[in-house]
Write a protein that binds this ligand. Sequence first.
Ligand code: ARG
Ligand code: ZN
Ligand code: CA
Length: 269
Amino acid sequence: RMATLYIPVAVHFDGIGTEADRACLEAYAQTQIDVINEDYTATNADQASLWPAASAFYPGLTPGSMDVQFCIATKNHPAGADPEVAEGSPLVTIGANGSNFNPNFPETDATYAGYMNFIIKDIGPGLLGYSPLNGSIANGAAVVMNTNCYGTGSGCPGVAAPVSPYNLGRTVTHELGHFYNLNHTFIADGDASQCAQPDGDGIADTPKVSSSTYGNPANGSVDGCNAGEKSLTMNYMDYVNDASMYMFTPDQATVVEAYWASVAGDWAF
Ligand code: ARG
Ligand code: ZN
Ligand code: CA
């Protein structure tokens, strides 16, 4: 097994928050880092408590884990003096300083090439977040989250707390999955014909399903395409509530680690 991969994250509060509340915003930014460190290493407590009962519906399947550690970048910026953040301080940009990204999809900022970028901003009602598939570290690409679904806890002045049922940080777990080349477990939502395809999402150990699932489904309550198979509704790449998604599969972990290998030369450090 390779050494643990350390991923430096720059967090951008785009058009929200003020420098006066930097300490609160840095702590808030960290709440999300804590969640993805657990989710990507399969050390999240809800998996330990919920998966044993659910696993009966998925013979032979175990959760997938990755050898990774996310952290807020604190090293000096390689491009020299960073315009927004003091040298050596956490790379958390705030308010007007957080909005230097190209607003077109996918958001990119050459200043933050070599980092994993998170943008928290108001993207309107009804949308939790979005991400490029196979995101570019070299171009400074970002995963974008709405203000109501980043991190955990009670927010900061000028930055609203995340709102139930998307207040456990799983939107970032999900969007990062897209950045790292994972499709939804239902690749064409609501299209029953995908049951005729060899493998909808290209992932062998996620049961084939034609539709997403929302809410908090009971274990084994949603059928898959193949007789006897159940939808893996608790997978991070479905649409259930944060409290009901708690695992990747081993084959998803393999795809993510292949993505990381493909961008190994692109990190700033
Ligand atoms: N609908 C969004 C997407 O497809 C994110 C869904 C995240 N779900 C969650 N429980 N946080 O990218
Ligand atoms: Zn998605
Ligand atoms: Ca599959």
